[in-house]
Design a protein around this ligand. Structure first.
Ligand SMILES: [Zn+2]
Length: 378
């Protein structure tokens, strides 16, 4: 069920047509600026306009606002034609992978049908086929890396990593899968959507007719040693994942939560796990991506001896001004004990090695992160 990437014919972006020229220029700029995603949003920032925004390092920046309301449908139609979307099925969600050979770019295109409030929207996410995530190059903090590698050697177990959208959860999960000897072990993933093709991983994708629950039972029948369940959405899929982890599989999954304590609270309240069940979650982590300051233009606060983001310089301005990259930080708990669970039951706080706040503080003290973001995690 791997998604085939379709190479779009070059003539769809023939520059003699002004609409094609517009989109061609946009794709060229996106490719030059190494954006991670492109958002086409009719009715933004107000009715009669259309915003085109680029995602760069977890922030959206405005590429253009089209203000001529009469021509917006033509812009959209031309873009849908360029991407090979089915214009006769404008009322349904469409997902496809395309390649634009002239820019050496591959995109995952998600078409959202019109709602009662807004017209259709289109989001492109860059598919990076070349760089497969590698645990040794993810800048994982030492104590977390050690426990994650320990987990990956286990015969069975359950790893849940949590965080908001854009916190790097899927990269962590994919890097964990890539570190497993997949030639000798059966590895299966269930994702929504499949973001990139992973060698020696059987990848399944959730569709309107293939649910999480159905997906989990399908993959478990194929006797995997390791399975990635993209996201736990409800108690049925949560229990199916837990059962798999208790019956000899190594299960890796994600959840939308803010912290390790919040994850366990959700498992109990929303997904109806009991206190014994949560002890089966062998490794639970919460993660965020932190902007790392450009060392050439960061600004020192003499009183504090710490740094904040600079205005941008020749070394960093091709991306976000003042920022040279992103680095993940984690709080986690590995192999929770009965005492840990008891402490959580009484206080509502799960003991972790080091909190997200403490981890951010370390980066600030090293001059790597902006001290004004210190209170980001409360
Ligand atoms: Zn700089």
């Amino acid at each position: 069920m791997k998604i085939k990437t379709v190479a779009m014919p070059e003539d769809r972006m023939n520059e003699s047509h002004y609409l094609s020229a517009y989109w061609k220029k946009m794709f060229r700029t996106a490719s030059e600026k190494s954006v991670s995603d492109i958002h086409i949003e009719p009715n933004e920032p107000e009715p009669g306009k259309m915003a085109v925004r680029f995602g760069i390092m977890n922030s959206l920046i405005i590429y253009d606002i089209i203000s001529d309301s009469d021509t917006i449908p033509s812009y959209l139609n031309r873009l849908e034609y360029i991407c090979g979307l089915d214009v006769t099925r404008k009322h349904v969600r469409q997902d496809r992978s395309i390649e634009l050979p002239s820019f050496k770019s591959r995109y995952r295109v998600s078409y959202g049908p019109p709602s009662s409030m807004d017209p259709e929207s289109i989001v492109f996410r860059v598919i990076e086929e070349k760089a497969l995530p590698d645990l040794d190059r993810c800048y994982l903090p030492g104590h977390f890396e050690q426990d994650l590698k320990e987990f990956l050697k286990m015969e069975q177990g359950f790893f849940i990593t949590t965080g908001p959208t854009g916190s790097g959860k899927s990269t962590t999960c994919q890097a964990a899968l890539m570190s497993i000897d997949r030639k000798t072990k059966k590895v299966i993933s269930l994702e929504d959507p499949v973001e990139r093709s992973l060698p020696w991983v059987r990848q399944y994708e959730i569709t309107p007719t293939f649910s999480w629950e159905e997906g989990i039972s399908t993959i478990l029948r194929q006797k995997p040693v390791v399975c990635l369940i993209g996201e736990i959405r409800d108690s049925k899929s949560g229990f199916a994942a837990l059962e798999a982890a208790n019956k000899g599989h190594l299960v890796i999954s994600t959840l939308h939560a803010n912290s390790v304590s919040d994850t366990y609270k959700q498992l109990i309240k929303k997904f109806k796990f009991d206190y014994l069940d949560i002890q089966s979650v062998s490794l639970c982590a919460a993660q965020r991506l932190v902007q790392i300051l450009c060392p050439h233009c960061r600004v020192k606060n003499m009183e504090r001896g710490q740094y904040r983001k600079g205005q941008g310089c020749d070394m960093c301005q091709h991306l976000v001004p003042g920022v040279s990259g992103l680095r993940p930080i984690f709080e986690h708990c590995f192999r929770p004990t009965e005492d840990d669970v008891e402490e959580f039951r009484q206080s509502g706080i799960f003991p972790v090695r080091s909190t997200l706040r403490q981890e951010l503080r370390k980066l600030i003290d090293q001059g790597l992160a902006d001290y004004t973001t210190e209170n980001m995690f409360g």
